[in-house]
Design a protein around this ligand. Structure first.
Ligand SMILES: [Zn+2]
Length: 214
């Protein structure tokens, strides 16, 4: 085995990346996966959010935020693994257990796309680019727009308790119960293209797997 055989990442043997048909690649369960199973583990370099934003092309938007101003990410596309195609849904089936691991929140059926809610991980870092994404996940609870301030939404804090990035859970726990984390005005800066960009808009959205992906 050579060094190039090693990987930054780990992917569950029953999860694979493939084209969604509507918005780039996504991660899919190829067999039924039980609630609680570890689906993937992220790896890579530790960069500031601002450093990540200066990486070329889609690399600039593929890090996983592990602290308010730090991401873990690849710096070359050759380093990408399947975990780089983990998409957002407003009704996700997976979430964080610790800083770098994604686990199943419930049973995930064979053929179902593995998704998280980006509210579980995104935080608007001081000096970093704001994140704003039109969401077409199709879920009845779809927020329409996903931002890096969504973790401040009280109902999401309750819905995803135990599934947030630890640094975000710490932020949430610091919010006073009587005035929980007011949502600031929506950011106006559109971050660079991401794997979740909805264009071209499918009609109907995500006909291949309604309501579970973005
Ligand atoms: Zn949505």
């Amino acid at each position: 085995m050579t060094h190039s055989d090693y990987s930054f990442h780990w992917l569950h043997p029953h999860v694979e990346s493939r084209a969604t048909g509507t918005h780039g690649d996504g991660l899919y369960a190829v067999r039924t996966i039980r609630a609680g199973e570890c689906l993937l583990i992220f790896g890579g370099y530790i960069l500031t959010v601002e450093q990540e934003s200066r990486l070329a092309g889609k690399l600039s938007d593929n890090g996983v935020q592990i602290a308010r101003n730090l991401v873990i990410c690849s710096t070359r596309t050759a380093e990408w693994g399947g975990e780089n195609f983990l998409n957002h849904s407003c009704e996700p089936n997976a979430g964080f257990k610790g800083q770098i691991a994604i686990h199943a929140m419930r049973t995930i059926r064979k053929g179902e796309q593995v998704t998280i809610d980006y509210a579980m991980v995104l935080y608007h870092a001081k000096g970093g680019p704001a994140y704003k994404l039109a969401c077409l996940c199709g879920a009845p609870t779809c927020r329409g727009v996903v931002t890096d301030n969504d973790w401040r939404i009280a109902e999401l804090q309750a819905k995803y308790r135990g599934w947030f990035q630890p640094y975000l859970q710490d932020e949430i726990d610091k919010c006073p119960a009587t005035a929980p984390c007011a949502v600031p005005p929506a950011p106006t800066f559109q971050r660079k293209a991401s794997i979740c960009d909805p264009s071209p808009a499918p009609s109907p959205p995500h006909a291949d797997l309604p309501g579970s992906q973005h």
